[in-house]
Design a binder for this molecule. Structure first.
Ligand SMILES: C[S@@+](CC[C@H](N)C(=O)[O-])C[C@H]1O[C@@H](n2cnc3c(N)ncnc32)[C@H](O)[C@@H]1O
Length: 381
């Protein structure tokens, strides 16, 4: 099923969370000189025009990157993300929004490798065209030699399959971003299976998965299934911008689930997530959750401090030692899934029903994105 076009959603609150986290993960890898590989299993078109075409239809960016654009009080890590987008818009007017491949390209060094998969024929062509321009521009600026083919490889194909041949990467350092449309509920299973396979090929890689937080069962159970994968550590962060309407339509919340996250990520999220809730939140349902956990059994942690082998106990996992529940919550947050979970961090969300823009029900009864009528081929579920 290839009806999804990311251009309809470019720059929305889900992109803000995803690309902000992606940049933090790349910056951590950049701390060492050794080359690394970035694998984007679902790349999209690379760059999106906001002032026309698909992105202008629902203008989802107006409630995503839009409110951050002119802010002068951004936390430093969030400013890094917004500045990357400002770099793509030198006139100061927000005309273009970068997709994950472009964010990666801007952050990565000459020695690093980008491996990009995109299945949609039109978007894979746009992606290739965009990268030709990006590479030519970088070469003209003397930033790096035109080395496409070695540094950047774009494949029109299935990223769930393509990743297999790339792991483990030559330098044993890699970030993998998995960001499917989830229009087809099989995507949830495919992500999990892909990660399970990837962890056997390359257990120490960092894997980042974007996912929608929806009422459908596959979505509700998704993060819990990922927590049971045999990675040494995981971190799960969700951003909710409004209370779901009674009809359950629209994308109000999304998450980034990271396997083997760098230790630097959690403190950055603690600083930035309350700010995002305050600036992007539409009503008192706006909130965020940060959870993390670690594996205590199996190969990843099968030895105690003195080196004696531990007896593996199935898939048992050790939750965050700070709270003993696996959930690292910030002051003012109630546990996810409890009635208090929708409570806002005090003083952070814009209250008032006037700010809520629940997505309208579209013909055919499937969920629409907030902010406008559904366009064929334009949505995630
Ligand atoms: C959510 S978009 C990706 C957005 C991009 N990661 C970003 O952040 O800018 C999902 C993309 O995956 C593509 N796609 C769907 N199934 C795929 C598959 N099996 N392999 C590769 N790409 C796929 C879609 O055409 C769509 O462009």
């Amino acid at each position: 099923m290839l009806s999804y076009r990311h251009a309809f959603h470019a720059g929305n609150h889900a992109d803000v969370l995803k690309h902000f986290v992606q940049i933090q993960l790349l910056d951590y890898l950049n701390q060492k000189d050794t080359a690394y590989t970035y694998i984007d299993t679902h790349s999209g078109a690379g760059v999106y025009a906001l002032d026309g075409g698909y992105a202008a239809k629902n203008a989802e960016y107006e409630t995503g990157i839009g409110p951050l654009w002119e802010r002068t009080d951004l936390p430093p890590a969030l400013a890094d993300y917004v500045n990357l987008i400002r770099g793509l818009n030198p006139s100061g007017k927000m005309r273009y929004y970068p997709g994950s491949p472009y964010c990666a390209d801007k952050r990565m060094r000459e020695q690093d490798r980008l491996r990009l998969f995109e299945l949609h024929p039109a978007d894979s062509k746009i992606l290739a065209d965009n990268f030709r321009k990006v590479e030519a521009h970088a070469a003209a600026q003397g930033e790096r030699p035109a080395a496409r083919g070695r540094r950047v490889m774009i494949e029109r194909g299935d990223g769930f399959l393509g990743i297999k041949k790339l792991l483990p990467p030559p330098s044993r350092r890699a970030l993998v971003l998995i960001d499917p449309p989830y229009e087809d509920k099989q995507d949830y299973r495919k992500v999990r299976d892909t990660l399970e396979d990837a962890l056997t090929r390359f257990p120490t890689g960092t894997y980042a998965v974007w996912y929608p937080v929806l009422q459908r069962m596959e979505s509700r159970q998704f993060a819990d299934k990922l927590k049971r994968l045999p990675a040494k550590e995981w971190l799960n962060v969700t951003l909710t911008v409004s209370t779901p309407g009674p009809d359950g339509f629209g994308l109000h919340s999304s998450g980034m689930f990271i396997l083997n996250p760098p230790f630097t990520l959690e403190p950055i999220l603690r600083e930035v997530m309350p700010y995002l809730v305050r600036v992007l939140g539409k009503d008192s349902g706006a909130t965020f959750v940060i959870e993390k956990g670690a594996q205590v059994t199996g190969t990843a942690a099968s030895r105690t401090a003195n080196g004696t082998a531990r007896v593996p106990v199935g898939n048992a996992r050790k939750a965050s030692p700070t709270l003993g529940t696996g959930s690292l919550r910030l002051p003012g947050q109630a546990p996810a899934g409890t009635p208090g979970a929708a409570k806002t961090v005090p003083g952070t969300a814009k209250a008032g029903p006037g700010n809520a823009r629940p997505g309208p029900r579209a013909p055919g009864g499937r969920p629409a994105r907030p902010g406008g009528p559904r366009t064929p081929g334009s949505r995630r579920p």
